[in-house]
Design a protein around this ligand. Sequence first.
Ligand code: PAZ
Length: 317
Amino acid sequence: MDESFSAEVDSFFDSAPPLPDGENISKRLADFIARNQRSSEGKPIRVVCVSSGGTTVPLEQRCVRYIDNFSSGHRGATSTEYFIKAGYAVIFLHRRGTYQPYCRYLPEDSFLDFFEVTEDSTIRVCEEHAKEVNQAIRNYRSAVERGQLLKIPFTSIFEYLQVLRIVAGSMKSLESSAMFYLAAAVSDFYVPWESMAVHKIQSAGGPLDMRLAPVPKMLSLLRKEWAPMAFCISFKLETDSEILLKKADMALRKYGMHVVVANELSTRKKEVIVVTEGSKVKLRIKDSNEEVEKKLVDLLVDHHSNYIDLENKNLVI
Ligand code: PAZ
């Protein structure tokens, strides 16, 4: 790591407001990892950290206003369900208030529409929703009872990067069985904590000039230091299709990602391009009954298997 980058990273973490529940997060993670080390047959269990939703950039220390982005967390929540189905244990690192696995009709569709109250005040699921609600509850409960799902929330960029570092540290021991699937839309610019207004910025001060610093790109740190054996997938979103694949290739090389998933804002629910060294595979759904995340997770599970095999062979040699 070059000196100026290292100074930027240190300054980011040193000045970030400490996580109020950092110890509790570390403990929950340690329990989750201990529980998911090996299956009953003694095989290593694969664990994926799915990051989901967008980070906020606070403008005041006692935050009234913040910069946000479009990410709804749909990709992360949907993918979590498919990873669990594929036998992975999932650390769902999500933005508070965004889509949740097995509950993806929320927050947009009213949950209350699914239920009715009978004359004797019993609450029951409406007939037309019974099948999907039943299935969702069963799947969710089964994931929780089998200890396959750990949810950790974040809101700001400060919180997200600190939690990601803790998660990566706790997954390091899993070596190649660990996967990072970084679908969160992470802010590129932020207001450093020490230069941020403490109290609500006053409108009487006239036009607001603000200088945003670039957020240090932590992906290379994740690959080189935090969890060097883990299989790492990052996402690249653009609105200009002309530059999308170039930027994805760049992320692959610059940050040493194993896979970069490229997507465009307007078509992200229908189509993604899976970029690896030497291949670009377009995945597209045929109709609205399909989910592109199913195809994506299937393909990534295969890539992860190949990676684990290769790492195991290298260990034997
Ligand atoms: O969260 P969502 O389902 O609305 O959108 C998913 C996504 C576009 C945020 C994700 O696929 C992605 O590309 N994340 C990385 C964004 C980036 O380039 O920073």
